[in-house]
Design a protein around this ligand. Structure first.
Ligand SMILES: CC(C)(COP(=O)(O)OP(=O)(O)OC[C@H]1O[C@@H](n2cnc3c(N)ncnc32)[C@H](O)[C@@H]1OP(=O)(O)O)[C@@H](O)C(=O)NCCC(=O)NCCS
Length: 192
């Protein structure tokens, strides 16, 4: 076996905090995982804003898995506090491992470091979510000790071209708003 191949096989995966220079690589790795065909819902919510806002608001809960200088995985999370509740929740928002490196324990390493950090920040429970058809991820989360999966319906409504033009091109953002409970309107803006 060529020396480079041996070196490549033995190269260690390091889990470390995400840095600003990692953001483009993380974004593109996410694009290769959250694809329209495989994970259509995650595909719609994975964008540059998602990555940069989680990083700027919760950098201590943004991790990468690095192997020989290349990012092969990432995890991004946040914490949630409710007024009047003593509980603090850790929310694992995104987790991904490059396809060629899956099933080698990298997701587990990322998750464990995330859990350690959330615990340190005072979280008493960790929540996460994924597409109900994403069986590999569901199996993974079960292995990590998650249970009590509950259904959550994601609604969407495709806006007609004339509605979009009237709204001045708010487009995709409107679709998400409707999905989370917005009311349907006629083209003149009246509630239906
Ligand atoms: C989910 C994901 C992060 C798992 O990462 P990974 O590095 O492949 O997982 P690991 O190798 O660390 O596996 C950890 C455990 O989960 C189990 N697991 C991982 N993938 C699995 C699969 N496809 N089917 C069944 N079990 C699986 C492993 O068997 C392992 O169990 P063990 O601890 O008993 O050995 C990876 O499959 C991925 O990136 N998927 C696409 C993106 C995605 O769906 N992200 C989650 C929603 S945001």
């Amino acid at each position: 076996m060529a020396l480079t191949k041996i070196w490549e096989k033995r190269a260690k995966v390091v889990i470390r905090g995400m840095r600003i220079d990692d953001l483009p690589e993380v974004f593109h790795l996410g694009e290769s995982l959250f694809t329209r065909d495989f994970l259509p819902l995650l595909y719609r919510t994975w964008d540059e804003y998602e990555v940069t806002s989680l990083f700027s608001n919760n950098s201590e809960l943004c991790l990468v898995a690095e192997r020989s200088g290349k990012i092969v995985g990432f995890a991004m999370g946040t914490t949630v506090e409710k007024a009047g509740s003593p509980w603090k929740y850790g929310y694992l928002v995104w987790l991904g491992v490059e396809k060629a490196y899956q099933n080698r324990g990298i997701g587990k390493k990322l998750y464990r470091e995330m859990e350690r950090r959330m615990l340190k920040l005072g979280a008493r429970m960790i929540i996460t979510d994924t597409d109900e058809s994403n069986e590999p991820a569901i199996s993974f989360f079960e292995k990590m000790g998650f249970s009590k999966a509950r259904g959550h319906l994601w609604l969407s409504k495709t806006l007609k071209r004339r509605q979009r033009e009237k709204k001045g091109g708010e487009g995709e953002g409107e679709v998400r708003g409707v999905g989370s409970g917005g009311s349907e309107k006629t083209e003149r803006g009246e509630e239906k």
